[in-house]
Design a protein around this ligand. Structure first.
Ligand code: SPV
Ligand code: MG
Length: 433
């Protein structure tokens, strides 16, 4: 009986190394190729340039490939258990890489039926980095970045978003990965928080950092990242200004703007009713949403309406009435905000929203109700979770500690203990040497 062979591949960049892998694998027997689904590729590299169908088509037409199946995560086990191949073939470059756990699971699973992992020398001379940097440039063209958020919303039950306020924090959102339960976890998108953009500039969060400055932060982040961006648009300002800003952000490749239904001098929502804040009328805010919708050139750019009813203690009924009105006015998403320590009122809203939300994404910002897991939000129908301020809150205490250590000791030796080695900071950003 013929031996059976399995390889997995993303096939977004296909080069002679892959063809070598396919040829070697086909020599061993009947070859099935698992093509990674869009979600699987997005989880460990970047969002694929080609769709799953396109990548499937390419692999299916390569000589020696007998069968193509989807592989829905970077973990092989599910497909291996279904196919029970005699061999799995992979380049030896995954030994000691972020994929080494995946490799161990392949070896252990194959053992169950006497299968074997065959590792072939990684094809040298292929500069994936170079190819990736070409793709990276493609990937960050405004049109491609802009539509990513909507694509991710279709692909993932919950889109996970973290705050960024400058190039470096943008890189943290872009590149941070952890392996958990055989899956690579990463962030899907970036939140351009008004609070953290203002705080990073040493200013209060009162719409004082103007749109020109916010746009300059976005540009700084866009230059070094590829993930989609959700702009915290504060109140959206005057309708006459808002329509221009929508056009500008959309043209830049921002995916969504969230505007809150407040008017006058805006204060941060987490102050709640401790400070004077005025909620906009439903009529006026709907007018703003409609004007923004008309100004947008594409359906990819989302205008998301943010409800301050719970923050301002106007009650659940007011929140629901407003949400309905904003959806009718053309909002493509609703953000419900709360500063309660428990998620009760948020979950109550979620339940009611299910009845009329009609598949329009629901967004939450769990700064106060921080014990809730993403899975629980998902079960309540939430599709975007924004961690709105956590990077700036982690850098400030660290900077302050260092400053105090230098002052206390009148030298910097003690400060060196907990901070990044100079060698690391020199090479943190490639291209400097
Ligand atoms: C922000 O991050 O600026 C926000 C969310 O608008 S909150 O700070 O909770 O108001
Ligand atoms: Mg804000």
């Amino acid at each position: 009986m013929n031996k059976t062979v399995y390889i997995a591949i993303s096939a977004d960049i296909l080069h002679h190394g892959h063809i070598n892998l396919i040829n070697k694998a086909a020599e061993l027997g009947e070859l099935t190729v698992g093509v990674l689904t869009d979600e699987a590729v997005a989880s460990y590299k970047r969002y694929p340039i080609l769709t799953y169908e396109e990548r499937y088509g390419i692999i299916a037409s390569i000589k020696g490939v007998q069968q193509v199946v989807p592989q829905s995560s970077i973990d092989y086990v599910e497909n291996l258990e279904n196919l029970k191949p005699d061999y799995v073939v992979h380049g030896d470059d995954w030994i000691g890489s972020i994929q080494s756990k995946v490799r161990t699971r392949v070896i252990d699973t194959l053992k169950l039926w006497g299968g074997e992992l065959v590792e072939i020398p990684y094809t040298q001379g292929v500069s994936i980095d170079k190819l990736n940097s070409v793709l990276q440039k493609e990937g960050v063209m405004p049109e491609l970045r802009r539509k990513r958020l909507k694509q991710l919303l279709k692909l993932k039950p919950v889109v996970r978003v973290l705050e960024a306020h400058n190039g470096l924090s943008g890189l943290v959102v872009e590149n941070t990965k952890v392996i958990k339960d055989e899956k690579i976890e990463s962030f899907d998108a970036m939140w351009l928080s008004s609070l953290t953009d203002s705080t990073a500039k040493g200013k209060p969060d009162i719409e004082l950092v103007d749109m020109t400055s916010r746009i300059s932060t976005i540009n700084e982040i866009m230059e070094v990242t590829s993930k989609p961006i959700i702009m915290d648009g504060d109140t959206g300002g005057q309708i006459e200004h808002f329509v221009y800003n929508v056009k500008t952000l959309e043209r830049m490749g921002v995916s969504a703007i969230i505007i809150e239904d407040k008017i006058g001098l805006k204060k941060n929502s987490l102050f709640g009713t401790e400070v004077v804040q005025t909620q906009d009328t439903i009529e006026h805010f709907c007018e703003k949403i409609k004007a923004g919708r008309q100004a947008a050139q594409t359906d990819e750019f989302m205008i998301i309406a943010r409800l301050e009813s719970l923050i301002l203690r106007q009650g659940m009924e007011d929140a629901i009435i407003r949400a309905k009105a904003y959806v009718e006015a053309g909002a493509q998403g609703i953000m419900i905000h709360s500063r309660e320590k428990t998620p009760d009122e948020i979950f109550e809203f979620c339940e009611k929203y299910q009845e009329f939300g009609a598949n329009i994404p629901l967004v939450v910002v769990p700064t106060s109700f921080n014990q809730v897991y993403e899975k629980e939000f998902m079960e309540h129908g939430v599709s975007i979770v924004i961690y709105a301020n956590h990077l700036i809150r982690s850098v400030y205490p660290a900077m302050k500690d260092t400053a105090e250590l230098i002052l206390t000791n009148e030298r910097c030796y003690e400060a060196d203990r907990d901070i990044m080695p100079i060698k690391e900071v020199l090479t943190l950003i490639p291209g400097g040497n």
